[in-house]
Design a protein around this ligand. Sequence first.
Ligand code: GTQ
Length: 357
Amino acid sequence: MDPLDLVSSLGHAESLGRLEDLPPEYLKAINDLSVAPLWPQLRGLLPRHKPARNTQPFMWRYAEVRPHLLRAGELTPIEKAERRVLVLCNPGHGLERLVATPTIYVGLQLILPGELAPTHRHTPTAVRFVIEGSGAYTTVNGEKCPMEKGDLILTPALNWHEHGHEGSGPVVWMDALDLPMVYAMEASYAIEGPSQRSRPDLDASQNKYRRAGLLPYASLGQVQRPQYPQIRFPWTDVREALGLLASVTPADEAVQLAYVNPETGQPCLPTLGFSAQLLRAGQDFRPRKRSASSVIHVIEGRGESVIDGTLLQWGEGDTLALPTHAEVIHRATGEHAYLFHVDDAPMQRALGFYEDF
Ligand code: GTQ
């Protein structure tokens, strides 16, 4: 039987009634009560088999954006910005919504020597992934985390954070936030607070969770494990771990490590997921199609990706947006490449509909 016949035999019509099919006085009467009929919009809200997507497969080239970010450093003093950020706006969503994908906000943030981006906390969760420079830091609830290239630093929801720069030269990092969802929930706001410089607790979580497989002994006796035990994930460790993982991973399998809560093994944040991938030279990598949208940042190397038929050729510092349900192929075209992934799989799992195919 033709699948479409099956659909109709189950009582599902191919096309549903339209607004124009209704008497205008009926529509006016219900609209005046702030009420609308579902059926003209049902297929739009719940398309069959595959979601409607506005997100475009897209790439922001670091070499193109960087000069404008540095110019922002001349045009806008930190006091006039608080956070000097250029936001990567997916063209499928325009410049107003400030989203890279429907759920992921991505900005490139610049801090110059001596500057301070003052303490605040907010309901959205953020992470920083360092792109260039050194000598900057982020202090999270009094824990001062150095920011070196490739480091991932978490600033979970409602945690105090400030950024500073004690070195020389510009420092740039990528911010990824779950802001679009928190904003859509009409729950996004920030509070300013006093500087945390008075009690810097240097990289405390790094010293507690230095190596996978080893936990502070006292943790074993705790019923409730800490929600955000590790704040900084240094790139030097992740890169080395990827190299070792590659040495024991069959050629056709992904060499990819998830950033997790070392106490629980769960994703390190509740809404967004983070992973680092070593893409081996000369080999097509075809991840499974998945319901999550994602952003990929190129840490090192060159390559190309085909995302829903769009070819994007990337190099170090570039950032790509991948829609939900995308068909994806990645290949490194030079040596090995290293990719940092941000996805919304944790929130999709929490909502009970994450799928891969
Ligand atoms: O550094 O705290 O890109 O609050 C957007 C909002 C960065 C930050 C962003 C923020 C921050």
